[in-house]
Write a protein that binds this ligand. Structure first.
Ligand SMILES: [Ca+2]
Ligand SMILES: [Ca+2]
Ligand SMILES: [Ca+2]
Ligand SMILES: [Ca+2]
Length: 317
């Protein structure tokens, strides 16, 4: 499962090991490139791709017998010279997301807008997961040259905050299906699932990380089937849905860690709030510092009235 964001740290590890080899005169450490430099190249590459490629939209408009509802991408040439390029398809959407150099552990200290593209070839009949939900999906990941670098063998549960930023944003724009069917051979099918594709600049994907089959700074394409999801996923089971643990509301759950200083001081693992069952590290679990009523409504007591809810306030007692 290579979409895991955790792998992004591999790029950092590689660099750390490289630094240890400074004595070797033949060895040259290449510093990571700047987001602002790469984003321009990626934007041009994505534009060119979208102008010169199409998907099997006609199959989705008038499904032939036995159609498997999978998106197929191909170049506009030969027999396909008359197809509508992706860039001109009305269902193609754009989304612009600011990306901080910090999110890739870069020193360049910049925040750069990145534009991604996605399309829904067939919407599901269910609801739409949020960027913070666990979602049952099937996907294929390719480079712009069509090389396949990752694919699921069957439907797989993914907790979206652990996966690529652009990936989660596209998935959370697609309606899910309404049921799961297990075939006699053990394979599964989701009925009425959403089917889509996304086209990501490297800054919303792996950027400079070392990932098998993905050269550094590669824009990526994923085709996805969005099956089912867990509404209001609460990953750390602390009573607060993960989405509400994105305190700054920027759609990135990895950069909200209220007790980071305390975790540093005590040598504890740095856990962002969505994976931390004690968000202020005061020894009282978050679940015991909030109130959830019979209807599931959450209230956040603030014992010392300083405007900081108890579950985020180490000195509230
Ligand atoms: Ca955030
Ligand atoms: Ca924490
Ligand atoms: Ca938490
Ligand atoms: Ca606590």
């Amino acid at each position: 499962m290579q979409v895991l964001r955790v792998l992004i740290s591999l790029g950092v590890i590689t660099l750390l090991f490289s630094c240890g080899n400074d004595d070797n005169a033949d060895f040259e450490v290449i510093p990571p490139r700047r987001l602002s430099e790469v984003v321009t190249e990626d934007a041009a590459a994505l534009q060119e791709y979208l102008q010169t490629h199409f998907y099997n939209y006609e199959d989705f408009e008038n499904p032939p017998a036995g159609f498997d509802f999978r998106i197929v991408l191909d170049t506009i040439a030969g027999d396909n010279a008359g197809k509508t390029p992706l860039i001109n398809r009305p269902e193609l959407q754009t989304l612009t997301i600011p990306v901080s150099s910090e999110s890739f552990n870069l020193d360049s200290d910049e925040t750069v807008d990145h534009t991604m593209y996605y399309l829904v070839a067939r919407d599901g009949v269910g609801d739409i997961p949020t960027i913070a939900d666990s979602t049952l999906v099937r996907y294929e990941g390719t480079l712009l040259n069509g090389a396949l670098f990752d694919a699921t063998a069957s439907h797989t549960w993914q907790y979206l905050p652990f996966f690529l930023r652009g990936y989660g944003r596209a998935i959370s724009s697609i309606r899910t299906g309404d049921g799961i069917v297990t075939n006699p051979d053990g394979t599964t099918e989701i009925t009425n699932a959403g089917i889509g594709a996304m086209f990501l600049p490297s800054g919303l994907a792996y950027f400079n990380a070392s990932v098998p089959g993905v050269p550094q700074y590669s824009p990526l394409i994923f085709t996805v089937e969005v099956g089912l999801y867990v509404e209001d996923t609460d990953y750390d089971n602390d009573g607060i849905p993960s989405l509400l643990e994105d305190l700054d509301g920027d759609g990135d759950l990895t950069n909200d860690n209220t007790d980071r200083e305390q975790e540093r001081a005590t040598g504890s693992l740095a856990l962002a709030n969505h994976v931390d069952p004690d968000d202020d590290q005061d020894g009282t679990p978050t679940r015991d510092e909030i109130i959830i009523d019979d209807q599931g409504n959450i209230t956040f007591p603030d014992g010392d009235g300083d405007g900081i809810p108890d579950y985020l306030d180490r000195d509230n007692s």
